[in-house]
Unconditional design. Structure first.
Length: 533
């Protein structure tokens, strides 16, 4: 937990007190997240194609590895969120996560380090993702009406990076002139730039994101002791990743097949507790010093942090958990973009380019990964369209609460899958689809995303008790982890369990039914949140 949680910020003048605009710290976080997402989505754009076309994985095996990777990427924020709340603060966690991810992206340039590289990115994302999202909300006082639009601006940063990622990393990776390893290395460069942006401009973040007990009147930058913590914990995390990856096959072979995977998971959980213990030992002296330096006037705040949750707190936590469960359905469909959509683009879509383009690039087709630029481009171009619609409805006396907006997002996702199901049933490798079909699908998916994702991030920040803000953000990402894993395995799972149900038909009904259910529940959820959504 930051030393200055959202309900404690008293010095917003340092961060930016203009009600007309946004604090400058928002744009620092925007830049850091933009470059980090460029690295992540650059990796995602290439991974399945790299496994299938270069490493010669079978399609089910490639999708299974993709599912495991993307699932774990959003599972480790539970660990990173806890460590930030308990020991590190958000700033140090962001630095640690960025360094681990940069190491992972560069390691992807070497085939023997594939699993170590994935492990470094997975752990690094756990430190980075929940904590930078939490810091956005900490820039604003409770009840500040700018918070929702701040998350929309922040979300534009995410999607600016996601738009550039397939253009840069995808082109380099799939190009006949360069190759896969150049694409992965470019992702690493993006992560380094993001870290430099965060380091150079962190002063404008003001008093937010520091470790528990850190006085808000001190320096607006991390100190020498903090840098030592970052280096030591990054090195410890990298060593534990290497240990986890190298020992996992031996553990798997030693155990009976029925429990082998559980045994490996238990081993990894044990290593996570090792990381918690090491982090606590490394930061113990610093936290004790910060606690001694806290003024008597801050003692009430310490007492408040340790007080039990009120019934209202618990109701708001339940609201977060309910909407997070519905988000699983959304991301389970949406994340087909990195798997089945990419394979459809590669094998069943006409990607021919004009002759003059071929002469320039040397390639007769445009990269399949380039389709993954459509979604982030639409997010950036249309980001304020839903906000304009909600504002117009408010002026007309119609309030659409956050849960209802997310329900509408699920319904729009279902419309996208109606189109995708038609395209998949009409075209094949011998009768390829026109390039426009996937674009139509991405359009509806993107509008649905704008209704659900930034609204969900803002909702979690508004409802979570301040002392577990990063942890509750991590719970949101935990549901994304589950969704990402299901997205990767769903095609194969349906083949074995419901062979008569095509994947995209299944996703039509799960999206539409869930959206209608969330719309029906939205009045109750608004009441349970005490009107905060």
């Amino acid at each position: 937990m930051s030393s200055v949680p959202a309900d404690r910020l008293s010095s917003h003048d340092e961060v930016g007190n203009s009600k007309a605009g946004h604090p400058p710290g928002l744009y620092v976080l925007f830049g850091a997240e933009m470059w980090e997402r460029l690295s992540y989505y650059g990796m995602r754009a290439l991974l399945v194609l790299y496994l299938v076309k270069h490493l010669k994985y079978e399609r089910p095996a490639a999708l299974d590895l993709y599912a495991t990777y993307t699932g774990l990427v959003y599972l480790t924020p539970l660990l990173g969120g806890y460590l930030a709340d308990k020991f590190l603060g958000q700033r140090k966690a962001v630095f640690i996560g960025g360094l681990l991810m940069a190491l992972g992206h560069f390691a992807m340039a070497f085939e023997p380090l594939l699993f170590v590289a994935l492990g470094l990115i997975i752990l690094g994302n756990g430190f980075f993702k929940p904590n930078i999202s939490t810091m956005v909300g900490q820039l604003y006082a409770p009840g500040d009406a700018r918070r929702d639009s701040a998350y929309t601006i922040f979300y534009m940063g995410i999607n600016t990076g996601a738009f550039l990622a397939p253009i840069i990393c995808g082109y380099l990776g799939e190009s006949q002139r360069f190759g896969w390893h150049y694409g992965f290395a470019a992702a690493g460069v993006g992560m380094v730039i993001g870290l430099l942006n965060f380091a150079l401009f962190q002063r404008v973040l003001g008093p937010i994101g520091f470790p528990p007990g850190r006085s808000e009147t001190g320096s607006a930058r991390i100190g020498v002791a903090d840098i030592l913590h970052i280096v030591l914990i990054t090195a410890t995390g990298a060593a534990l990743v290497y240990t986890a990856v190298s020992a996992a096959p031996k553990i798997h072979s030693m155990l009976p097949p029925k429990i082998a995977s559980l045994g490996v998971m238990a081993y990894w959980i044990a290593l996570a507790f090792v990381l918690i213990a090491v982090t606590g030992l490394i930061t113990r002296g610093s936290i004790a010093a910060d606690a001694r330096n806290e003024s008597a006037g801050e003692a009430k705040s310490i007492s408040a942090r340790n007080a039990p949750f009120t019934p209202q707190d618990w109701q708001r936590i339940v609201v977060i958990l309910v909407v997070a469960m519905f988000s699983i359905v959304f991301w389970m469909g949406f994340e087909q973009a990195g798997g089945t959509f990419t394979l459809f683009a590669d094998a069943e879509t006409n990607r021919s380019v004009p002759q003059f383009v071929e002469k320039i690039t040397g390639d007769p087709t445009f990269p399949a990964s380039l389709y993954q630029t459509i979604n982030p481009l639409l997010i950036v171009l249309l980001a304020f369209l839903p906000l304009a619609i909600w504002s117009a409805l408010e002026r007309a006396g119609i309030h659409v609460n956050s849960a209802a907006k997310m329900g509408i997002g699920l319904i729009l996702l279902g419309v996208g899958f109606i189109i995708m199901n038609y395209a998949d049933s009409q075209f094949s490798k011998s009768n390829k689809a026109g390039p426009q079909w996937l674009a139509y699908v991405y359009f509806f998916n993107s509008i649905g995303e704008l209704c659900l994702s930034p609204i969900g991030l803002s909702l979690v920040n508004k409802l979570a008790p301040a002392r577990i803000a990063s942890l509750m953000m991590a719970v949101w990402f935990l549901c994304t982890a589950i969704a990402n894993y299901l997205a990767g395995i769903m095609e194969e799972l349906l083949k074995h369990q419901l062979p008569q149900v095509p994947l995209f038909s299944f996703l039509i009904w799960t999206s539409l039914i869930s959206g209608l259910m969330l719309l029906a529940l939205s009045p109750l959820l608004k009441k349970m949140s005490q009107g905060r959504i």
